[in-house]
Write a protein that binds this ligand. Structure first.
Ligand code: ADP
Ligand code: MG
Length: 418
């Protein structure tokens, strides 16, 4: 299957070629004809499978056909709801570049919260053809009559699972009330929880269902590693790996903003070009960091899950889970940041003894066991994993010659008091 076979216009084929998309991805192959035909679509496909172009290309083609030339006031025909500011920017950029060669110029408005509303209101004067927005800010703008959704012919929910995770269910409901009943709905998600399913059922009308394998099935290109290590040796291990592996870029995930600051400061001290990527940085600052990251001016971003949502950096060679994610789905989202669109990548998780069971659940979810490694010089003082509880709790526990950690001593006490 080629993009040309999918019935796209020459101008769009040109844009696709310019982006160096040689062949359509699986979700694109399935979605493009359905969207062109005006059908509703529900697509489940992992992060990095090319969902943006899967809806953007056919929608751009249809917009071209429907656009009235010379009308002064543009009417919003396509509304794309996204969970985060970062994603609104990325989706907006993708749509703009794919639309570059189209004969009738489109106006794309990117809207997000956390920035001043006035410039966005100004930008919406005279209307827009495509609006990409986070839900909260869209409602603010609607309350201010800054735009009308009466002429929307296609609604796209991008990363529907994330929209729900972030608690946007009510906002989505309120937005739906302002849309014409008769419209096309496109629903994209990487995961399919009961809540996602419920939203899809409420929204979609005889959709074309696209499920690109299981969430995890397209992961084999990502080499997963799990390194057992003590909490206080993680930063040294990270520095060691960065130097040894010579990654061009690496995205490091931590559990908290605080960790993101402290770990990034330590890496900086080790002479590694690093930034903390978390919600404390302004939107502008984060965009700046992403640009520096993409341009290889920064080697390491130390990010929280929330800030990292939707980061799309082509050719990210490695992701490190300094802290494990809370859920197995978050794990898939994280490691999906590497090896995007066919490129191979590597995901390394640091496993603390007390998180061994948690990592087993993550393995179970993807039905794949990741062998535990220890690296010379970074051997954990507590053993876990394949040892029996008696062995781990043994009073002589720990590794010979190593001083007992506070935790070991507590464990001993607990064992004695049994
Ligand atoms: P998703 O929304 O499924 O997470 P994206 O739409 O963000 O995925 O695409 C992931 C990456 O793959 C982007 O860098 C995008 O430019 C690239 N990409 C999309 N389609 C193709 C294609 N057909 N061939 C090569 N790369 C592609
Ligand atoms: Mg996407």
């Amino acid at each position: 299957m080629t993009f040309a076979n999918l019935g796209l216009s020459p101008e769009l084929l040109l844009a696709v070629a310019a982006r160096q998309y040689t062949l359509p991805t699986a979700v694109q192959t399935e979605a493009i004809p359905a969207v062109l035909a005006g059908q509703d679509v529900m697509a489940l496909a992992q992060t990095g499978s090319g969902k943006t172009a899967a809806f953007a290309l056919p929608l751009l083609q249809r917009l071209q056909q429907d656009m009235e030339e010379g009308s002064k006031q543009r009417k919003v025909k396509v509304l794309v709801l996204v969970p985060t500011r970062e994603l609104s920017g990325q989706v907006g950029q993708t749509i703009e570049t794919l639309a570059e060669h189209l004969p009738k110029k489109l106006k794309v408005a990117v809207i997000y919260g956390g920035a001043s509303i006035n410039p966005q209101m100004m930008h919406l004067r005279g209307g827009a053809d495509v609006v990409i927005s986070t839900p909260g800010r869209l409602l603010d703008l609607l309350d201010n009559n800054a735009l009308s959704l009466q002429h929307v012919s296609t609604l796209v929910l991008d990363e529907a699972d994330r929209l729900l995770d972030l608690g946007f269910a009510d906002e989505i409901k309120r937005i739906l009330e302002q849309l014409p009943a008769q419209r096309q709905n496109l629903f994209f998600s990487a995961t399919f929880s009961p809540a996602v399913k419920k939203l899809a059922l409420a929204l979609l009308h005889e959709p074309k269902r696209i499920a690109i394998a299981d969430l995890t099935e397209n992961l084999p290109d990502i080499a997963q590693r799990a390194i057992a290590v003590d909490a206080d040796k993680r930063t040294r291990l990270l520095v060691h790996l960065i130097k040894e592996q010579q990654w061009e870029r690496v995205l490091v995930f931590v559990a908290t903003k605080y960790a993101s600051d402290t770990v990034s400061n330590k890496l900086k001290k080790a002479g590694i070009k690093t930034e903390a990527f978390n919600g404390d940085a302004s939107q502008g600052a984060r965009q700046h960091m992403l640009a520096d990251f993409k341009a290889n001016r920064i080697q390491v971003l130390v990010a929280t899950d929330l800030a990292a949502r939707g980061i799309d950096v082509a050719g990210l060679p490695a992701v490190v889970n300094y802290d494990l994610p809370r859920s197995a789905d978050d794990y898939i989202h994280r490691i999906g940041r590497t090896g995007r669109a066919g490129a191979s990548g590597c995901a390394i998780s640091f496993i603390l003894a007390e998180h061994e069971m948690h990592f087993r659940l993550i393995e179970k979810r993807q039905d794949k066991r990741v062998p535990r490694e220890t690296l010379a010089g970074f051997e954990p003082s507590q053993t876990s994993g394949d040892m029996t509880p008696e062995e781990t709790d043994a009073p002589t526990g720990g590794i010979k010659g190593k001083r007992k950690s506070k935790k070991d001593k507590l464990r001993e006490l607990a064992a004695q008091n049994k």
